[in-house]
Design a protein around this ligand. Structure first.
Ligand code: ADP
Ligand code: MG
Length: 524
């Protein structure tokens, strides 16, 4: 992910968190507003209920004479309560409904009390006309029947012998029941309105608490996500740039290393790409320098080797011909040990001669003489020539060319030497026999050749060094074969690669341009 994307993403995530928090708080505040309005209403209901009860008390104290104001006040409050309750929306429907019912009951109870009070006054007046003795106590009864109706009943029963079926007694008894019921309803109205008030308060408290918690949770989250990720991104970029600077400094001192880039996802942004490009550049530089060093080394070795070889060539030839002559001249009569010694001198001289000729070949660097050549005959010819100097009887040779006839512009003598050297190494690697497979494929502008054996293979360390001159793992090797091959392929602007597995075999792959060293540029 690119740096820009990372930063935008982190911004979006933190913006999302803040938006979430704001939306949540907004909704919460809307709820709080609603609840406070409801709370105001419940508060009014409560105070109205208290007023109602106060006037109820007064009514019972002053009725029936001075009750007009109280009655008006009581109906007034009942009306107000009704209005408030009817306008109340949603929220705590159960309680408002029960409150409504209670107010309704209160009204009907109160009006039946009023009716009873009228009835009682009328009955009392009637009784005054019929019984002169009642007149004396009527004032007492009329003034306190609202307070203690049952006491009046008892008095009327005992003193005036009125039965329970007498209208005045019946009304007073009923009045007592109604008063008690009204008081009970009044109490209920108070307690329900109190509860309503309390739940509304609790709800508001709850919303405020939730808002507080949301802020406490979301805000730190926003800080962590927003600033945290930005800090991590910056820290990461700075760290990697620092690593890059260190490596650049080292490169300046001529040491080619590369940035050990962390492999996780952060590595794929712009800085990661920069580091990757830089690492690639370092590798190329390192490779170039090694190549330069190698060609310089090779040139130096070449000069030295050719000097030594030239110097050795003449004395070697002398030793060789002298030994030959001595062997011829001495005939049969010389002792066995001298004959053996001469054989030895002859054999070793031959070996040194081959080394010297390898050296001269390696150092010679003669000009190319390219011509059109047919590969099949060149390859089979090379294998035959190897047969003259090496035992190849137990090696099965498979040349596979696609197409059968492939023509290439190259130096025939040198290319033959390439194959002889490769075949010779393959034969050395397959002392107990095996398969030698040569595949040649013609491609658009190149020819791809591979030489595979089923021999002993090579270790990783060996593979790294095989093209170095004088590198050998053999007792009697010169270590020049592959160095010569490498030089020849390079002169033909080709590439040589090797694949090998210990105990399984080795494959050399050569790619040569078809006409890179054609007649027109044969002077190179
Ligand atoms: P030499 O044959 O004189 O040792 P070369 O330059 O031809 O020198 O080869 C260098 C080394 O590469 C050999 O000593 C051997 O260890 C290794 N080598 C080359 N070709 C093969 C092969 N086909 N199989 C196994 N090892 C090989
Ligand atoms: Mg060799």
């Amino acid at each position: 992910m690119s740096l820009k994307k990372k930063i935008v993403l982190s911004f979006l995530v933190s913006a999302f968190i803040i938006a979430l928090l704001s939306a949540f708080l907004y909704l919460n505040f809307v709820e709080i507003k609603k609840e406070t309005m409801f709370l105001e209403l419940t508060d009014t209901i409560r105070s109205k209920s208290l007023q109602l009860r106060r006037h109820e008390k007064n009514y019972f104290l002053y009725a029936p004479e001075h009750a007009g104001d109280e009655i008006k006040a009581i109906y007034g409050y009942l009306k107000e309560l009704d209005e408030i309750l009817n306008n109340m929306k949603a929220s705590n429907l159960d309680r408002t409904a029960s409150l409504k019912e209670l107010v309704l009951a209160y009204r009907s109870q109160f009006s039946s009390i009023e009716r009873l009070v009228n009835d009682i006054s009328a009955e009392s007046a009637k009784l005054k006309m019929m019984s002169p003795s009642y007149v004396k106590v009527s004032r007492l009864i009329e003034s306190n029947f609202l307070d203690k109706p049952l006491e009046d009943v008892r008095y009327l029963k005992e003193v005036f012998f009125l039965g329970p079926e007498h209208k005045l007694v019946a009304c007073l008894t009923e009045l007592d029941t109604e008063i008690n019921a009204l008081r009970k309803t009044g109490e209920n109205i108070l307690s329900v309105s109190k509860e309503l008030d309390k739940t509304a308060r609790d709800k508001v408290d709850g919303f405020i608490r939730i808002s507080r918690i949301a802020i406490l949770v979301f805000f730190p989250l926003f800080l962590i996500v927003g600033f945290g990720t930005i800090l991590i991104i910056i820290g990461n970029v700075v760290k990697r740039l620092q690593m890059l600077t260190d490596v650049v400094e080292k490169t300046g001192e001529g040491k080619f290393t590369h940035v050990a880039e962390p492999a996780h996802a952060w590595g794929s942004d712009e800085v990661g790409q920069l580091i990757q490009k830089f690492n690639f550049m370092e590798e190329q530089l390192d490779l170039r320098e090694k190549e330069l060093l190698r060609s310089k080394k090779l040139a130096a070795i070449g000069t030295l080797a050719s000097g030594v070889a030239h110097e050795l060539n003449n004395p070697l030839n002398n030793i060789y011909t002298t030994a030959q002559r001595l062997m011829k001249k001495s005939g049969e009569e010389i002792p066995e040990y001298i004959k053996k010694g001469l054989d030895d001198i002859f054999g070793q001289t031959m070996r040194v001669k081959s080394i010297v000729s390898d050296l001269l070949e390696f150092a010679r660097g003669r000009e190319l003489h390219p011509r059109a050549l047919e590969l099949r005959s060149l390859i089979t010819g090379a294998f035959k020539q190897l047969g003259n100097t090496k035992e190849v009887g137990n090696i099965r040779f498979h040349p596979e060319l696609r197409p059968e006839e492939i023509v290439l512009y190259a130096d025939a003598e040198l290319l033959e030497q390439v194959f002889i050297n490769l075949f010779s190494n393959a034969a050395d690697a397959m002392r107990d026999g095996g398969d030698l497979l040569v595949k040649v494929m013609e491609e658009d502008s190149t020819v791809r050749m591979s030489v595979s054996d089923t021999g002993i293979g090579m270790s990783r360390d060996t593979i790294e060094r095989i093209f170095e001159p004088f590198f050998t793992t053999k007792d009697k090797g010169t270590g020049l074969g592959l160095a010569i091959v490498f030089n020849i392929i390079q002169k033909h602007q080709g590439v040589i690669k090797v694949e090998s597995e210990e105990g399984k075999g080795t494959t050399f792959i050569i790619t040569l341009p078809k006409r890179a060293v054609g007649p027109e540029n044969s002077s190179r």
